[in-house]
Design a protein around this ligand. Sequence first.
Ligand SMILES: [Zn+2]
Length: 316
Amino acid sequence: MKKRESFELLGTEIKPGKGARVTLEVAKLHTNTPIQIPVIVQHAKKKGPTLLLLAGLHGDEVNGTEVVRRMIKKGWHKPNYGTVICIPVFNIFGFLNLSREFPDGRDLNRSFPGTKNGSLASQFAYIFMKEIAPLADVVIDFHTGAAQRNNYPQTRCDFRDEETRALCDVFASTFTIDSKLIPKSIRHAVTKIGKKYILFEGGKSNRIDNFIVDEALEGTKRVMTELGIRYFEVEPPKQPSIVITSSRWIRASSSGVLNLRIKNGQKVVKGTILATIADPYGKFERSVKAPFDGYVFNVNETPLVNKGDALFHLGR
Ligand SMILES: [Zn+2]
């Protein structure tokens, strides 16, 4: 029998049955401090697919980082077949000061596939696409809502991609949402080179939410079991995932103090009062109503809103 080959990542050889922590070097800070992104890899003795667990693409989305950290801490990232690569903090620039963006203000998730001599975010994207993305068969990328917008646990994929859709069904998050690929996003770039990409969204920025972490861990274990990477005895989901094929942001019709009347994840009917918006001086109070029957899968938890702000993401 042919001996199982080593796995090579960023110039480091990982022997079958072994793991390593390697670093992805991207650039230096203006302090001349090198920026090193730790990449944790485990390579099984037996052949199988390569799974990449990615978090912290937006530096303030710490909940995803906690998901990948827990996978490593529990040893669940150790495969029986194939290889698992973990990057708990991808945008380490943003993580340093808990900001979504890169130091130059750019959104890394609009900088793919990147160029060798582009902006810092573009260089970063380029190195990832060159050194890491080609090694993976399946990627699970953990995100949260931006700012105070809280996502109920959900996976997103383009439903026309049947294989990825099937993996999202296996993940079995509360919601599965049809979402077209956004140009220049990491999902777009990685999908274009033939990889399966599960985008998980749950919680909000700058917060660890154990309910979300647990759902993400259960889903990840289900996907690892399905791919044959490692068998986990995971309880089946309490209810089948709710499939969302169309959605709309409900926006604030006036500026004021926001008072939520519903819970995230809740089913609502047309006319349900989702929130009230009032002025702070007791003069007016207006209701924000659901324009159609559906499920609320994102709630803006900010107390103060401006007219036009996105308040609820409602899907059907
Ligand atoms: Zn994000």
